[in-house]
Write a protein that binds this ligand. Structure first.
Ligand SMILES: Cc1cc2nc3c(=O)[nH]c(=O)nc-3n(C[C@H](O)[C@H](O)[C@H](O)COP(=O)(O)O)c2cc1C
Length: 219
């Protein structure tokens, strides 16, 4: 699988909310900055709330573990969506995932995407001793929203199964540079929310500034 010859941003949105979503707002800001730096670039979007992905089925799993030359028509059909989503991911030079914390982890809508793209022989390899990521996308940005304070280096850090999970998952797949911006306390009072939001926006701008227009594109 090879990258496309022009810059591609794959944006995955996971919040069930379209109005008032802090994670989507951070994503909008990053996307605008990325577009400004990549004239002629392409943005692919997967809005997992607007168009939820199906959970993997028994047939999907059977297809994942069947050698390509032995896939029956029904197994091909059961893995066709995974094929498309993986091709989308592999075509991207930058992956942007925006996500809220739901019950200490990712929304199930995002987990459904993960289960469709994490696939042996396609996005990771296992040689009996070690795993190797096969995703060629070099960079990812995580824009995350938490209702309460205290997850980022605070008293609830051990209950954060959102950022550590996504960062280690992307590393497992071979995405070597993952930048994270988190906004906490989104359910707090208006002043706190405004201050947290402003700080997160500054962080997004800092991350976006590291995306040079001359970002090398893999052939
Ligand atoms: C179903 C559900 C579960 C949530 N679970 C948590 C949680 O475990 N911890 C937390 O800090 N906030 C939790 N929240 C609050 C959201 O993380 C917070 O409202 C966040 O801003 C949502 O993201 P969004 O603004 O992008 O929609 C939860 C919200 C919902 C709707």
């Amino acid at each position: 699988m090879t990258s496309t010859p022009f810059p591609t941003l794959l944006r995955i949105d996971a919040s069930a909310r379209h109005e008032g979503s802090h994670s989507r707002q951070l994503g909008d800001r990053f996307e605008s900055a990325w577009r400004a730096r990549h004239a002629g670039g392409r943005v692919l979007r997967r809005d997992l709330a607007a168009e939820p992905l199906p959970h993997i089925s028994a047939a999907t799993i059977a297809g994942y573990y069947t050698p390509p030359e032995q896939l029956t028509p029904s197994l091909r059909e059961a893995t066709a969506l995974s094929d498309r989503l993986i091709a989308e991911l592999q075509s991207a030079h930058t992956l942007l995932i925006t996500s809220p914390m739901y019950n200490f982890s990712v929304p199930s809508a995002l987990k459904a995407w993960v289960d469709q793209v994490v696939r042996i022989g396609h996005t990771f390899a296992y040689d009996g001793g070690a795993f190797r990521g096969l995703v060629t996308t070099p960079r990812a940005v995580l824009a995350l929203a938490y209702g309460a304070p205290g997850y980022i280096g605070g008293p609830f850090a051990a209950m954060d199964h959102l950022q550590p999970y996504l960062a280690s998952l992307l590393g497992f797949l071979g995405i070597t540079q993952v930048d994270v911006v988190s906004v906490e306390a989104t359910t707090a009072d208006a002043g706190t929310v405004a201050a947290q939001g402003a700080a997160a926006q500054r962080r997004i701008d800092e991350i976006a500034a590291t995306f040079a227009t001359a970002q090398p594109i893999a052939a």
